[in-house]
Design a protein around this ligand. Structure first.
Ligand SMILES: NC(=O)c1ccc[n+]([C@@H]2O[C@H](COP(=O)([O-])OP(=O)(O)OC[C@H]3O[C@@H](n4cnc5c(N)ncnc54)[C@H](O)[C@@H]3O)[C@@H](O)[C@H]2O)c1
Length: 251
């Protein structure tokens, strides 16, 4: 797969998966704009990939900040051929009768509405060029929920439905839109799904790992591999797909 001269925006680029995805595109010769709430920790990439990499801090649930960040990214990149949305937030397992509206709204904003805002701005740039590949990272939890993740599961169901809605709408512009459903993955997010005050390490070993038929947690590298495929020219006829990278958790 060749990514030389491809122009890539990665959101959630400072996250467990986002960091690996960002680095993978850079290693393959793409030019990358990395967006996240705080991108200070990505400073090391500035020197290593000078001229090939830029980073921008933005709250991607805020319409103005999204618009400014995408402007900055497309000015640096010239255009945008690939978008990967790896931003997101977990929900601490909470019974529905104890869940606040504010918490519900926050999960919808970060996991679903942000996708609307980012895709809207990036698609404007992609349409002008008549090409594009978008990958939204959802979750296998949308198909195989766990108790107490009511808002998270709904927000990821929204991400999958939105992906399909865009895939059909944007096909005529040769813009492909796909989703990945990770299973329980070895990033700092995983611990945040435990009930507040729960034993995180115990839950990781006894709940999450044991729920994966292949017997291990998904690694950020596994997700990056899937992202590379879906973003590549080799996937030219793949759109509206949801790829489970979950070790069989969805079975
Ligand atoms: N880790 C898992 O077990 C798991 C499982 C299934 C799906 N996922 C999904 O995979 C994606 C990546 O998760 P991860 O494990 O790398 O999590 P992570 O917490 O390491 O990374 C998420 C990133 O999103 C960023 N972010 C959050 N809100 C933002 C906002 N408003 N504006 C800009 N950036 C924002 C965070 O700063 C963080 O860097 C997420 O969508 C997550 O829901 C994760």
């Amino acid at each position: 797969m060749n990514f030389q001269n491809k122009t890539v925006v990665v959101t959630g680029a400072n996250g467990g998966m986002g960091k690996v995805i960002t680095r993978r595109f850079l290693e393959k010769g793409a030019r990358v704009a990395a967006l996240d709430l705080d991108v200070d920790a990505l400073e090391e990439l500035d020197k290593e990939y000078e001229g090939q990499f830029m980073r921008c801090s933005a709250n991607l649930t805020n319409e103005e900040e999204v618009s400014e960040a995408v402007d900055e990214a497309s000015n640096f990149l010239g255009d945008i051929s690939i978008l990967v949305n790896a931003l997101g937030m977990a929900q601490a397992a909470t019974n529905i009768d104890e869940l606040d509206l504010a918490e519900w709204n926050k999960l919808m904003a970060v996991n679903t509405t942000s996708l609307f805002l980012i895709n809207k701005e990036v698609v404007k740039v992609m349409k002008a060029k008549g090409v594009g590949a978008i990958t939204n990272i959802a979750s296998i939890a949308a198909e195989r929920p766990r108790p107490g993740l009511n808002a998270y599961v709904t927000s990821k169901g929204g991400a999958i439905a939105f992906t399909k809605a865009l895939a059909i709408e944007l096909a005529e512009f040769k813009i492909r839109v796909n989703a990945i459903n990770p299973g329980p993955s070895d990033t700092s997010m995983l611990a945040k799904f435990s009930p507040r005050g729960g034993n995180v390490e115990k839950m990781k070993e006894e709940t999450f790992k044991l729920s994966v038929p292949l017997g291990e947690l998904v690694r950020p590298d596994d997700i990056a591999e899937a992202v590379m495929y879906l973003s590549s020219d080799e996937a030219r006829m793949v759109t509206g797909s949801v790829l489970n990278v979950d070790g069989g958790r969805g079975l």
